[in-house]
Design a protein around this ligand. Structure first.
Ligand SMILES: *Cc1c(COP(=O)(O)O)cnc(C)c1O
Length: 488
């Protein structure tokens, strides 16, 4: 039904849309830091809709009220902008989605859109599932996707168990990711997408993304990139031609560690061999209004605002933490108990040259400190301790500043042993494929002064010389409320 009153709402929506488009256009002229700080939260948005609040408010409300039946009808049929119900959309979520779309599209003529999810894993599921539907002409026919095994442990499980075992979708693994011919050999008419994580967590695997994107498009399928480790401060795959970027917003983007979050950022009019014009036109919006509306994996407004707050300082943090990581890597490279240091920033790393083509600190050329393009390699590194799993565990146990946690991207330094944590579920074979040996410690360098991080590692490595750890806590391990409740 379209009556006169509904027309009024549609016209108002059109004016609002035009205004927002103009605002976005202006925003796109700004530098990265300005976009990170302001995003799509304009002064107009503050004054007209948020009582002048200079910071994006947290809309914890479940739902939105409407002026009348006409507005409700127009809203719920998606004819006017609305958030209606927070499982689908919400102003706080919208502010996060807006800033991420702008940052991933920064510096390129890319029209991007974003959907924020409750976790990085939900983002990956959101990004890949619409491509993995059965072929309507052959409902029981084969479906596959091509991706290296060098992916985050959770992604490995989602692909290997949730897709392969449970749904009979084949994950064709690219063993040698530097070999474009191998990628191509694995593609056939049932391949739905190419997927890659780069740099990978924890192995920092890296491939020639531009070539793989070209390959995907030659075969009419999308390229999906997990760019969590790089963040848009160092690499923006959409600008290189990728179709979809997934982010675990829980990591470097939300550095304070206040919540789990994820995001899917897609280009408009993406490439796909699925016959679904609406999906291809605006993938993120399609996911938001249809599959995710029905499945419900979207982000909470609270976590959205916490993420926004951290994103404002993304570029400066990534720069500083990259430099500190380089200092730590150089220190470890000269240590007698270290078998190998894996950091893309080291010239000795076999992928250093390739990574240097891709990882650039955004806007370094506009920074008075640098005045020219500068490579930065992020704050994820790993090192292998001589003496195998036992030695690695002893060193790990001796950290007193670096937190032992299965986490990364934090403002505080954190370390984990992937073989017993992130990569424990996939077995010896899977770890071998992903190059995650038992003596490997993954370290993500925080924003502490690097001297203090190095001192902590130095003390910890000294246990291998028989030195005692001086900082030992009394045994509280049975005392916490949560451990007590677990023991019931
Ligand atoms: C952590 C991580 C994920 C999963 O994100 P969550 O927010 O923990 O669900 C996906 N990809 C990479 C590279 C990650 O590091």
């Amino acid at each position: 039904m379209e009556n006169k009153e509904m027309k009024h709402y549609l016209e108002a929506a059109e004016r609002s849309y035009q205004w927002h488009q103009r605002y976005l256009k202006e925003m796109k002229k700004c530098r990265f830091d300005t976009i990170a700080v302001h995003g799509i939260y304009s002064m107009q948005e503050a004054l007209d809709f948020n009582q002048g609040s200079i910071i994006e408010p947290i809309y914890m409300s479940t739902s939105q009220t409407y002026r009348d039946a006409n507005e409700m009808e127009a809203a719920l049929s998606y004819q006017i902008p609305t958030w209606c119900y927070s499982r689908i959309a919400n102003p706080s979520m919208y502010y996060l989605e807006g800033v991420l779309a702008l940052l991933e599209g920064y510096g390129a003529e890319v029209d991007a859109s974003c959907i924020a999810t409750a976790s990085g894993m939900a983002a990956i599921q959101t990004a890949v599932d619409p491509f993995l539907l059965p072929n309507p002409k052959d409902p029981s026919g084969p479906v596959n996707f091509v991706a290296p095994p060098h992916v985050y442990g959770g992604t490995f499980q989602q692909f290997a168990v949730r897709k392969e075992t449970e749904r009979n979708i084949t994950w064709r693994k690219v063993a040698n990711i530097g070999d474009i011919a191998e990628w191509e050999k694995l593609i056939d008419e049932n391949t739905r997408f190419l997927y890659g994580e780069m740099p990978s967590n924890p192995g920092q695997a890296f491939f020639d993304l531009k070539k793989v994107i070209e390959l995907a498009h030659k075969h009419g399928i999308p390229m999906i990139v997990d760019s969590t480790v790089a963040t848009p401060a160092l690499m923006r795959p959409l600008a290189l031609g990728a179709d979809i970027v997934v982010q675990s917003v829980s990591k470097t983007l939300s550095t304070s560690g206040f919540g789990i979050a994820g995001a899917v950022i897609s280009r408009k009019n993406l490439t796909s061999n699925i016959d679904n014009p609406e999906m291809k036109a605006d993938f993120a919006m399609y996911c938001k209004t249809l599959p995710n509306r029905d499945n419900g994996p979207n982000i909470s407004p609270m976590n959205a605002i916490l993420a926004i707050n951290d994103i404002r300082t993304l570029r400066m943090r990534v720069d500083m933490q990259s430099r500190s990581t380089m200092a730590v890597a150089n220190y470890l490279g000269n240590h007698k108990h270290i078998e190998q240091v894996d950091y893309l920033g080291l010239e000795s790393h076999p992928l250093h040259k390739l990574a240097s083509e891709y990882l650039w600190l955004v806007d370094a050329e506009h920074d008075e400190l640098y005045g020219q393009p500068v490579n930065r390699y992020g704050h994820l590194m790993s090192f292998r301790v001589k003496g195998g799993a036992r030695a690695a565990r002893d060193v790990f146990d001796a950290f007193s500043r670096i937190f032992r946690a299965t986490d990364l991207g934090r403002i505080k330094s954190v370390a984990t042993i992937p073989a017993i944590s992130t990569h424990s579920q996939q077995g010896e074979e899977g770890r071998k494929l992903a190059d995650v040996p038992a003596n490997l410690i993954r370290l993500c360098v925080g924003a502490e002064h690097p001297d203090d991080i190095i001192a902590d590692i130095d003390r910890a490595l000294a246990v291998l010389d028989g030195n005692k750890v001086f900082f030992t806590a009394p045994d509280f391990s049975a005392g916490g409320a949560s451990s007590a409740s677990l023991r019931k």
